[in-house]
Design a protein around this ligand. Structure first.
Ligand SMILES: Cc1cc2nc3c(=O)[nH]c(=O)nc-3n(C[C@H](O)[C@H](O)[C@H](O)COP(=O)(O)OP(=O)(O)OC[C@H]3O[C@@H](n4cnc5c(N)ncnc54)[C@H](O)[C@@H]3O)c2cc1C
Length: 384
């Protein structure tokens, strides 16, 4: 069996690792050039993402990823201002197994995780290759076409190409992405620059949010369990040294804002400027995480939703992750969970345990069931 994956994001790379581990031929096509992607700095990784990493990656890759997570995050904290000082006003346990609320987990440094996912896949990933369309071929294969005229043919084509998915646009043209008008400015400041404010000590490893003076800010501290450069030497020397150079503990922050209050913020410097204006009236500890932020790591995230999608007949084209469902705050975990499940389905098909279309159909049934839970099921726990 041969599989083409469009998109070298979290989902596509987890799938590619899983297929390779299972001995299935896989090629990944990525539009961006290496190192070009602005993708945010950190990620709350819950049981769904961590299980996928454990099951799809070679053991030394998983060990590297695990060693460089932050500490356990079991509560969310609500901070408020008491007599001019920030204090924890409320502490709520995160919700294990919950389909839509934050689950317990640990924080990951996103560029480092992606570098781990890419390690060992150099011969499988083609950068600078923008997918434009597919065509079905006699005999059931699928041919992918790319902007530069290249083509490639396989038994299965997977759209792991994110929210703007060109695969989904052709395959499931009825699927809508609705802009909610919400934007989130996100960034990070080195821990050493803000340690004196007392904020990192107040938060510990847990995700926190502050509602102060009419502004909301989410916060998280990433203290690497092992220094990344030491972990690389001991666990995954094949990881490029550049992936761990200058990586240090930090505080990440996020501020929601409506579209109308933001000017053009495509460039990191503009996003950082807008965040500084928003934070100007906040208490000094909160203001300093924005003022001290790395300008190039600041991004503005668009809020979007994909309304539930009706079942479609299974074929040799399928989708995963943000290409088919959006989940603010845990979409990366869902993309990796999809990748694990799709890997399992394709292995069943490759070994003859199940027909290809039946296996893809089962994967898609589970994807729709768990990604679009009915309103009544939102408060009940779901399976991982
Ligand atoms: C700032 C920020 C913070 C976030 N925080 C969290 C968090 O804490 N926890 C969490 O679980 N999720 C989080 N998310 C969401 C998470 O990043 C996404 O849900 C996740 O990246 C989706 O993975 P994916 O593989 O489906 O798509 P993506 O990671 O978006 O990857 C898609 C890839 O496809 C490529 N591509 C697109 N079009 C084409 C084409 N035509 N041809 C070839 N390649 C193409 C893109 O360049 C990209 O590399 C966050 C998102 C952002 C932006």
């Amino acid at each position: 069996m041969r599989v083409i994956v469009i998109g070298a994001g979290l989902g596509g790379l987890t799938l590619a690792n899983g297929l390779r581990q299972a001995g299935i031929d896989v090629a990944v096509y990525e539009r961006d050039e290496p190192g070009r992607r602005r993708q945010g700095i950190s990620l709350h990784l819950d049981d769904r993402g961590r299980t996928a990493l454990r099951e799809c990656l070679p053991p030394e890759h998983t060990a590297m990823a695990e060693a460089t997570l932050g500490g356990p995050r079991e509560h969310s904290l609500l901070l408020s201002e008491v007599d001019g000082e920030l204090a924890v006003a409320h502490r709520q346990p995160l919700a294990p197994g919950h389909p839509v609320r934050a689950r317990p987990g640990r924080q990951a440094h996103r560029p480092l995780l992606r570098a781990v996912l890419l390690t060992g896949l150099a011969d499988a990933v083609r950068f600078g290759a923008e997918f434009t369309r597919f065509e079905r071929r006699a005999g059931g294969t699928v041919r992918a076409h790319f902007r530069d005229g290249r083509t490639d043919t396989a038994d299965v084509l997977v759209g792991a190409d994110g929210v703007g998915s060109a695969v989904r646009r052709q395959y499931l043209p009825g699927v809508r992405v609705v802009d909610t008008g919400k934007r989130t400015l996100m960034g990070a400041a080195p821990l050493r620059a803000v340690a004196g404010t007392g904020l990192p000590a107040l938060i510990g490893h847990h995700p926190a949010s502050a509602r102060v003076r009419g502004t909301m800010m989410a916060l998280g501290v990433l203290r690497f369990t092992e220094p990344p450069s030491v972990a690389r030497e001991q666990r995954l020397p094949a990881l490029p040294a550049s992936a761990v150079a200058e990586v240090e503990d930090y505080v990440m922050w996020a501020m929601p804002v409506v579209r109308e209050r933001l000017g053009p913020v495509e460039l990191p410097a503009a996003a950082w400027g807008a965040a500084k204006v928003l934070a100007a009236d906040l208490p000094p500890a909160l203001r300093s995480v924005v003022d001290e932020a790395w300008p190039r790591a600041t991004v503005a995230l668009r809020g979007g939703v994909i309304p539930p999608v009706a079942p479609w007949p299974a074929s040799s084209v399928t989708v995963l992750g943000d290409a088919i469902h959006l989940a603010p705050g845990f979409g990366g975990n869902l993309a990796m969970r999809d990748a694990r499940r799709l890997r399992d389905a394709l292995v069943r098909a490759a070994t003859g345990e199940q027909g290809l279309l039946a296996a893809i159909g089962d994967y898609e049934d589970a994807l729709r069931r768990d990604s679009f839970p009915p309103a009544g099921a939102r408060d009940s726990a779901a399976s991982a």
